[in-house]
Design a protein around this ligand. Sequence first.
Ligand code: NIG
Ligand code: FE
Length: 407
Amino acid sequence: VIRADFAVRHAGQLCTMVARGDDPLGRIPDGALAASGGQVVWVGPDRDVERIIRLDGDLVDAGGRCVLPGLVDPHTHPVFAGSRADEFAERLSGITYAAQQGGERGIRRTVRATREASEDELLQLAVARAHRFLAHGTTTIEAKSGYGLDQEQERRQLRVLRRLAEQSPLRVVPTLLAGHVVPDGVGRADYVQMVIDEMLPALKPLAAYCDVWCDPPAFTAAETRAMLARARELGYGLRLHAAQVAPGEGPSIAAAMKAASADHLEYATAEQVAALAVAGTVAVLCPGANFTVPSSPRPPIEAFRAHGFNVALASDCNPGTSNSESLTFAMTLACVEWGVTPAEALVAATVNSARSLGLDGQAGVLRPGASADLCVFDVGAPEDIPYHVGVNRAVLTITAGRTWMAP
Ligand code: NIG
Ligand code: FE
């Protein structure tokens, strides 16, 4: 007999995401799960529950709906103020995202709005976003700074992420994105030096990962290497925004430095995809950002597939390219725009994204030892999740064995 303080019963299909036989989703028909102290202690067929589980606590009846691990979103920018709706509209008439990165628009505009907001305002905005993540079935996010771009402002953004993690049931993995773009009023070389000498060492206690955008509107290959090398020395895990708006060395740098993830990758070459696979670097693709930047090509999906599909999907929640907390919508886009299969999309939004965050076995799977983070989706089969377009089928989100109540 296994003691539990939380259980789910009657899942039409319980997706463990532990591949079994020819099912990459490791599903258990009419499945059940038990947890204790926030951790999964048992998964199996519902008919075994009464014999095996002694429950003293909450019971959720999934009523034949599908149960999946809480989704893991491996690339988000949730701490910002202001809107760039006009830039979204402008791109529809042909202005490119790269061209919007100069002057009064683009990332630097969000930097201005974010610097002007108080820390409590930023927290409030981030908490509202956290609610939307949870409402759409996401229980873990990677979350970047990057709209501060000086030491005190980046610290403020990371502090907001820490406070968010303390007061929200969402798991938040913080990333320092001081290398987003060069801020107004500072020379390029001076800024890169300041990141290396001051920001990276000072902000290490607040961030698990360091990210740099290596693309023409942002940083060169040499600048990217210099910042990431210092970050690695200091013990940060590495992530890159790479080859989003042009071909370049970003993906090769990610592979050479064995980064945890290389993100976007629309312009990655087949050779770069092969190198990323050998390095074990997860390719984090951002369909939402691709979708609202009309000139973007599709990332090389076939090459990823040929190299074992070490691919994760992200919402890329941000005010410029992807104003969305819905990872299930990103899955839909990956399927219809890029030809990713629904099963691939599900793996990419759970196990693979967890791996990119070093959370293997802890998040993105339902098996003993994993955190009891899960979501009940009102669908007949998990493959139906991306098939439902633009509507939210997540009906109940549970984090660490506790039911999340929408505010
Ligand atoms: O992931 N490419 C750079 N960073 C973000 C966009 C940030 C913004 O436009 O505010 C991205 O697409
Ligand atoms: Fe991004």
